[in-house]
Design a protein around this ligand. Structure first.
Ligand SMILES: Cc1cc2nc3c(=O)[nH]c(=O)nc-3n(C[C@H](O)[C@H](O)[C@H](O)COP(=O)(O)OP(=O)(O)OC[C@H]3O[C@@H](n4cnc5c(N)ncnc54)[C@H](O)[C@@H]3O)c2cc1C
Length: 378
């Protein structure tokens, strides 16, 4: 059993920024992460670029300098996170998943189990499917955080406070149609190279679907973008991507099926419902880019109240403390399974400042940084 004042759970950008702030404030803490640091970015397709400018996603006052004054790629940012972790000698206990938390006479006992990956991405989806099968549950239920299995080696940490910086893109939002589990169907965009020469149907109306359509077209795939709405959702697609997508659709280079709903996926096609009838679009590969949801197991285990359709944790906006004394929340974890992303790295830095002040109980010296109230979408 290891003792510390605080356990930080999650080593994404906001978990790492919290760790640096606690280190600067000389608060003893343990930092636990189910995968590698920055595990969420780990499952993005290679070469994916941030939409935020580098200064907005820089953490802990360390400048993020990107070659060519471009926006950072996933690779730039992962390299940067390693640099920050190294510069501050952060001791992140990676590949330790927090599986259970219990209360014991004024302490939280945090139990971890070995893990092969972060909480998110294709591996996590497979794990959820395995758990669901083992327990005879529907797939969506299988993802619930489960106590370590009998005989599984575990570690225990006794702490006074917990910071949940666990993110919110843990599992795909399932469409719930026959054929969704077929091998050529995925909720994750992989290296665009993989799709060369293939007929790819992309389902989704937001930025990730639009970006995938353009990238796969450039990689030599024959792409059809399919969505429920009658027109492209202009306000949900980045302003620099929209003109290219519209141009490619206008020229017939990217196929576009609007006002359609997925009915079924078969070996060679996606069947959509449209205006009372059906339309069948041939497909070698299908990408269902319909968003991701948060796995609420840790909140539930701790007794944190979740509210609204997005199941957002309730917390004090001045301190980031939830309704459970000693349990804090930071980063995109605050927003539950958000339908429309409103919390990003760039507007979550202030969570760190607030919670560290609350934990330390006084003003602490924090790195200078500009305050970004919105995000570059708005
Ligand atoms: C394609 C794409 C592009 C994006 N571009 C931007 C952008 O330009 N700007 C921006 O601000 N945001 C962007 N985002 C959103 C961005 O991913 C998040 O804002 C960012 O990762 C959130 O940081 P975080 O630290 O809150 O959570 P995360 O980075 O998701 O970190 C949470 C961590 O907690 C770990 N974890 C969860 N549960 C447990 C557990 N039980 N035990 C141990 N560890 C656990 C996970 O493994 C993960 O590493 C983008 C997202 C996508 C998908």
């Amino acid at each position: 059993m290891h003792d510390a004042e605080v356990a930080v759970i999650g080593a994404g950008p906001i978990g790492l920024e919290t760790a640096v702030a606690l280190r600067r404030a000389r608060v003893p803490f343990v930092h636990l992460e189910a995968g590698a640091i920055g595990a969420t970015m780990g499952w993005w397709a290679p070469g994916t670029r941030y939409f935020s400018s580098p200064e907005r996603i820089a953490i802990a006052g360390v400048p993020l300098v990107v070659q060519g004054e471009e926006k950072a790629t996933r690779e730039d940012y992962l390299r940067y996170l390693r640099q920050v972790a190294g510069a501050f000698a952060l001791e992140v206990r990676t590949f330790e998943r927090v599986a259970a938390v219990e209360r014991e006479s004024g302490w939280f006992v945090v139990r971890t189990a070995p893990s092969s990956h972060g909480v998110g991405g294709m591996e996590e989806q497979r794990r959820a499917q395995r758990l669901a099968t083992d327990r005879g549950l529907a797939e969506g239920e299988g993802a619930r955080s489960a106590p370590p299995r009998r005989g599984e080696p575990t570690r225990e940490y006794r702490v006074r406070k917990i910071v949940l910086a666990i993110g919110n893109m843990h599992l795909p939002r399932m469409v719930g149609v026959p054929g969704e589990g077929l091998p050529h169907v995925s909720h994750y965009l992989e290296d665009p190279h993989k799709y060369f020469g293939k007929r790819v149907v992309i389902v989704g109306g937001r930025n990730s679907a639009a970006e995938a359509a353009v990238r796969l077209y450039r990689a030599g795939a024959s792409v059809t973008l399919c969505q429920r709405r009658p027109e492209l959702e202009r306000e949900r697609i980045k302003y620099w991507l929209l003109p290219e997508l519209e141009w490619l659709i206008g020229k017939g280079q990217i196929g576009f099926e609007a006002s359609v709903g997925v009915r079924e996926i078969t070996e060679g096609a996606v069947v959509f419902t449209r205006a009372g009838g059906y339309v069948e679009v041939p497909a070698d590969m299908v990408l269902l880019l319909t968003g991701y949801v948060q796995e609420p197991g840790l909140f539930e285990m701790l007794g944190v109240e979740l509210h609204g359709p997005e199941r957002r944790p309730r917390f004090n906006h001045d301190t980031m403390e939830t309704c459970v004394p000693g349990v804090f929340v930071a980063g995109t974890a605050v927003s539950g399974s958000q339908e429309r992303a409103r919390v990003f790295i760039e507007n979550a830095h202030e969570h760190v400042d607030k919670l560290v002040r609350a934990i330390v109980g006084r003003e602490v010296e924090l790195p200078e940084r500009a305050v970004f109230e919105g995000n570059e979408e708005s």
